[in-house]
Write a protein of this length. Structure first.
Ligand code: AHG
Ligand code: MN
Ligand code: MN
Length: 360
């Protein structure tokens, strides 16, 4: 398609806004600032070793550790800073929260404060950065309960269903921005010559069925029975109850897995497990599960904790972890069904055995 026929992100946002004559334009300006932050991070990531940005942050001083207890990469800290600097000044934000900051970030007094909260994972999959595998940034926009004052942690404790917008940027072979404002999901590809995101994937829809699943199988001994059952059935393939073969994928960059699923279907699981009693799941609710969950649902997929829609969970802490299953609708619903059914193994009754009357 010739460039003249393409829609830029700016044009897309303005045309969307025209459908709401009362909208102030604040929201669009915020999204464009976020998009600029993503472009800046994409450039930094692209230089890799040449830019001196690989490796651990503060490596000379023995490294730095974030509130999650994870060693920060140089690019985690840098990307966090880019997000803050490119969005704090605009007057659209009441506050921010990020994986890389223990507490909410307060908009400096020299800038006006606005009505939105920005929550983000500045670099998802950062353990992959040193090996040149795709990483990304994930963001979520909420309404601030009120403006003009410092934001408390509790101001961010809103269920994912209240998100105004969510998106991610993927720094892969091409840089893409995926965005939902609650009206479907649209995908933009960065034109490296123009430095503009162009609408390339309008109204994305996830196939309802799939033969591809993604899970970190090294955790299998810690999984709960419904997850074990689901994965066992996938592995049994054609000869098992599912009657079809499955493929498995694991990139260890959730944002890249989410993107694959958005493009061609699939299911992703990072379920609650018994690995560490202090961590009910690996991924974080506010800046990983909620934005990706919103995108999945808006594309006709589904996102769940296994036992309830993830977007219905009321957060109780800023860095709360949660079990997460998302992707093709029928597959996620099947996993939810397995969670809802009484534990089969313990029942000992042949009615619940493989290929019995009560299985499908
Ligand atoms: P982050 O880099 O923001 O800390 O997130 C990493 C997450 C997610 O991207 C990925 O799916 C998961 O951690 C990888 O987990 P494993 O190390 O268990 O593979
Ligand atoms: Mn992450
Ligand atoms: Mn991260």
């Amino acid at each position: 398609m010739p460039l003249s026929k393409r829609t830029t992100l700016t044009q897309f946002l303005i045309e969307e806004r025209r459908r709401f004559p009362d909208a102030s334009g604040d929201f669009n300006a915020l999204i464009l600032d976020v998009a600029l932050a993503c472009k800046a991070i994409a450039r930094t990531v692209a230089f890799g070793e040449l830019g001196g940005v690989l490796g651990n942050h503060a490596a000379d001083a023995g490294g730095s550790v974030n509130v999650q207890g994870e060693t920060q990469k140089k690019l985690d800290v840098l990307s966090n800073d880019v997000f803050i600097r490119l969005t704090e000044w605009g007057g659209h934000l009441a506050g921010m929260a990020s994986e890389e900051m223990d507490l909410p970030y307060q908009i400096p007094g020299k800038y006006p404060r606005g009505k939105y909260l920005l929550v983000f994972d500045p670099l998802d999959g950062s353990s992959n950065i040193d090996v040149n595998v795709s990483v990304g940034s994930i963001f979520s926009v909420l309404r601030a309960p009120e403006s003009g004052r410092d934001m408390a942690e509790a101001d961010f404790f809103q269920p994912g269903a209240q998100q105004v917008a969510a998106g991610y940027a993927l720094y892969g072979p091409t840089t893409m921005l995926i965005l939902t404002v609650g009206n479907g999901v649209n995908g933009f590809t960065l034109d490296p010559n123009l430095g503009e995101f162009m609408l390339t994937h309008p109204q994305l829809k996830i196939p309802q069925d799939t033969q591809e699943f993604a899970i970190n199988a090294s955790n299998s001994r810690f999984w709960e029975p419904p997850v074990k059952r689901y994965v066992d059935e996938c592995l049994a393939g054609k000869t098992g109850v599912r009657g079809k073969d499955f493929n498995m994928r694991w990139i260890a960059s959730m944002v890249a897995e989410a993107h694959r699923i958005l493009m061609r279907g699939g299911v992703f699981l990072y379920p609650r497990d018994s690995k560490d009693a202090a961590k009910p799941g690996r991924l974080r609710l506010l800046y990983e599960a909620n934005p990706v969950g919103f995108i999945m649902e808006q594309a006709g997929g589904r996102a769940s904790t296994g036992s309830q829609p993830v977007l219905g969970v009321v957060p109780t802490s800023l860095h709360q972890r949660i079990g997460l299953v998302f992707g093709s609708k029928n597959e996620v619903e099947r996993i939810e069904r397995y969670h809802a059914e009484p534990a089969r193994q313990e029942s000992g009754t042949p009615l619940f055995a493989e290929r019995s009357l009560f299985r499908n």
